[in-house]
Design a protein around this ligand. Sequence first.
Ligand code: ARG
Ligand code: ASP
Length: 723
Amino acid sequence: MKRIFTTIVATVFLVCNVLADEGMWLPLLIGQRQADMQQNGMRISADDIYSVNHASLKDAVVLFGSGCTGEFVSGEGLLLTNHHCGYSYIVSHSTVEADYLTNGFWASDRQSELPCKGLTVTLLVYMKDVTDEVLKGVESTMSEQEREQVIERNIEQVKKEAVKNTHYTATIKPFYYGNQYFMYVNEVFRDVRLVGAPPSNIGKFGGDTDNWMWPRHTGDFSMFRVYAGKDNKPNDYSPDNVPYTPKKHLAINLKGVSEGDFTFVFGYPGTTKQFLTSDAVNFVQNMEDPLRIKMRTIRLDVYNRAMNNSAAQRLRYASKVASIANGWKKWQGEVKGLQRLGAVEQKQEREKQFAVWAAQTPERQKQYGGLLPEFQRVYAQSEDARLAFIYITEGLLASDLSQYAFRGIELARLSNDAANSDEELSKTANNLYNSLCKLFANDYDNHKQVDKEIFAKTMSVFYEDFGKQHYPWIGDMIAKSKFKDNPEAFFADIYEKSIFANDKSAKKIFEKYNRKNAKKIMADPVVAIIDGITKDHSENHAALVEQAAEKTDSLYRHYVAGIMEMNPQKDFFPDANLTLRVTYGKVKSFEPMDGVVYKPYTTIEGIMEKENPQIYDYVVEKKLKELYNKKDYGIYANKNGELPVAFIASNHTTGGNSGSPVLDADGNLVGINFDRNWEGTMSDIMYDPSRCRNISLDIRYCLFIIDKFAGAKHLVEEMTILK
Ligand code: ARG
Ligand code: ASP
């Protein structure tokens, strides 16, 4: 009986292993996944995905800027990524007269493409396992510090050697918390130009309301072109540069994919934390996320009220609110997802099993037996310090005024150092003053009201929840004021009194700056509070946070090695660390809640359903409506005659995967990844195949917009479209 049971368990395990969609695999080792990928429907080989001997798909995928992905779609350096990835570059070229962000931009020829200062595109030349070289000379008897020093020295040496006499750059990153190291040798392109972007009400259709949600109808794409010197090598911007010729560009499949079809995503996922212990998950789920959400809810309430007040304020806060709301909404999904999975309990159970396994032999006991209690000790000891850090980033830094107070403190510090010349100090003071003027210029009072409310509310929550206990001197200040029982009123009052909130006093102190003014800055009531808290933090908490992080890093190195030793049959993948990865899955519907099934794709019908001229996020362009009314979808319609907009699949993705190519079984482009579903955002910590989906823009909607909507057919003609 027991044997039969074991066989069943083994079979279930095997099946799960084949069907599991979890995993962000290293391109170099993708050969190890080939059988599983092919079994799930892939028709190409691992060698087509990653090769250093011939052009492969990896030559078409780039790190776009420092946190997104992009892909080449023409032999002349044409690049696709998300609208939200190109956002700041589109904004940087927009003026009131030529508002590309609102109205879209399409370069009619190469001369009209717009250089983007500071934007780089990084292309992987090859990657290599350098664990042995990096760990050379590392002894198990070494302290963590000694170990770090040896590793750092080795890394510098290996990188230097790798790029000698080339124009390449190299990075070496730890995997599995330093159990393994890989080197990435890259080409970094520095001349990247904006080619096209849809209007905001297509590229950001649904805005923050639809963000992280399915069903989705956002045309989240923008286009760039990479330029190089005449030798096809990276160059600084020059009018003489020519379009870069990639070794490989992606071909486009207009037939699309349907439920059950194999897909894979090739890109640069940023951060995941699959190995966190139960204590760490508990901290995220029950302390960190709720605290961040609470602080951001306060800010969003204030901003949203202001944005409903006037069009000017709506514009003023739009991009700020977008970024605050992005995390705010994701963390809510994450908490719910972790709760639903019973993530803490699952982790506790696994830890129990680990402890039992570790106790089985004296060697294991010696190597791994002490890890979990040590994790517990370090996490418990540093909990307050870690919370303080979150209170400071989400609370103390929430208002514009407190950020200026920080700059003021820095100026005062510089002023007390004789090594800094009067000219330098005046320059710093003038910069501070000028940007302060800009901040409060144009509807000065309204912004001040908004910012004051944010300051007063976040500071009083900070005080009530945390400050009272940790910074009793703030309580004394409040008690001595006339607002004894009302911290919020106290904070609003000191805001009003602050030099940073007063034109006249700011002008007096900063415009003609004298180092003696440092005293006046430090006497400012807001500065006094912020300075007190940050001093206290750096004396009592900051070091503890840092030590805890160092300690847990080394604990995780041993713990993860143990987990791998304990499960020799399991295929592990390293956490995301902004290196190139392959993840694969299938187009798949899902059940977000009891009684509801979400279909795996959306169409333009949904855009029309959502249309609401009164709500900014749901305004539909006139031209798009005309095309819809005529059903003029051309070659971009699916086999049912519908115009597909987005689809979901079970690819394991995270932040940084935005803009990643979504490829079909033959390695052809079918979509651009841009988001995940809200019910699946806990995937950064614990993946759930039944609920986690990546959201992609259907490439047919993207091309439809370029061709039919914008009339930029020349760009589509540049691409390789499979008929
Ligand atoms: N949630 C996506 C990501 O994490 C898209 C964010 C941009 N869109 C927005 N409405 N804020 O990057
Ligand atoms: N929207 C994310 C990004 O910008 C993708 C995600 O978190 O799934 O990378």
